[in-house]
Ligand binder design. Structure first.
Ligand code: PDD
Length: 284
């Protein structure tokens, strides 16, 4: 079934939704994006994603093509036009099209695209088994806090995981885990502390990470915001990832070695459950 895609003011059947070959998103990856989870036709953690979108725009001096109210209305309309019940909304803003030049055009007209992807997010068979990850060096650029569409290295990392028969990759820099190919990485140590890398330019400031930390505080799970090593992750009692569509998802194997007893950990599962309950209540 053909989706309805939003491109620069028009809602179009996906086959007719087109962007110029001169678009700077295409030529320079000069574009940022957001992914918002949808359950029951409602947006999860929308305010956080909207705030991060503004932050990414500002970091790259990209003009915002819409104000806050119009942006929310657009998210709601793309869900409605596609009859989306569960899945995600992908939004991308590029610096628009201009003759190829490394310097930004002086008066860019941004390209704004939104589309939906239907997929089950509440019920995920990987919750029962956990996912396996492989460790790879983090070879991305140094401003990972900006959510740009420069996703070639994360794609390569994912393909390395696939090549090794695993589900995903955890990236390592200077002997410390940064994050997963498209999610934040966390562990629970033997004493039940949640260890997560603090926010910096080295990782994306995950909206789900932030919400999971709130949930952890509510559940009385002690939190330590510090970077951890692959060795600590291998010795941890639990490991998990967070993202807009995976919520909190157990990691049960790292480089072929079982994490804890090799089964999804109770703290991870409790965080996932509490996160889902909290976010369904505030979904907009
Ligand atoms: N990825 N780190 C990276 C590198 C990511 O790409 C993502 C999200 C996250 C988690 O952020 P959040 O909790 O705000 O979704 C962390 C999205 C889902 C994607 O690229 O599809």
């Amino acid at each position: 079934m053909s989706r309805i895609v939003y491109v620069n003011g028009a809602f179009l059947p996906e086959a007719e939704a087109k962007v110029s070959v001169f678009d700077r998103g295409f030529l320079f990856a000069d574009a940022i994006y957001e992914v918002v989870g949808v359950v029951g036709g409602k947006l999860l953690d929308y305010a956080g994603h909207a705030a991060r979108l503004r932050r990414s725009l500002e970091a790259l001096s990209l003009p915002a093509p819409l104000d806050d109210a119009a942006l929310l209305a657009l998210h709601r309309e793309i869900v409605a036009r596609n009859g989306l019940d569960e899945g995600l909304i992908y939004l991308q803003i590029s610096r628009g099209s201009a003759d190829r030049d490394f310097a930004y055009p002086p008066a860019p007209i941004p390209t704004l695209v939104l589309f939906t992807q239907a997929k089950p997010v509440l019920v995920n068979p990987k919750v029962e088994t956990g996912i396996s990850v492989v460790l790879v060096p983090d070879l991305r650029w140094a401003r990972r806090d900006i959510k740009t569409v420069q996703l070639l290295y994360p794609s390569m990392a994912k393909m390395e995981a696939v090549r090794q028969g695993a589900d995903d990759a955890w990236m390592v820099e200077d002997g410390l885990v940064t994050e997963a190919s498209s999610a934040n990485a966390h562990i629970i140590d033997a004493s039940g502390r949640l260890i997560t890398r603090p926010l910096s330019e080295a990782i994306l400031h995950g909206i789900t990470r932030l919400s999971i930390l709130e949930v952890a505080r509510d559940l009385g799970v002690p939190i330590e915001e510090r970077a951890f090593t692959p060795e600590e992750a291998l010795a941890a009692s639990e490991a998990f990832i967070t993202s807009a569509t995976s919520f909190a998802l157990p990691v049960t194997r790292i480089d072929g070695q079982a994490v804890g007893d090799g089964r999804p950990g109770p703290i991870t599962l409790a965080l996932r459950q509490a996160y889902i309950e909290a976010k369904l209540k505030t979904a907009t």
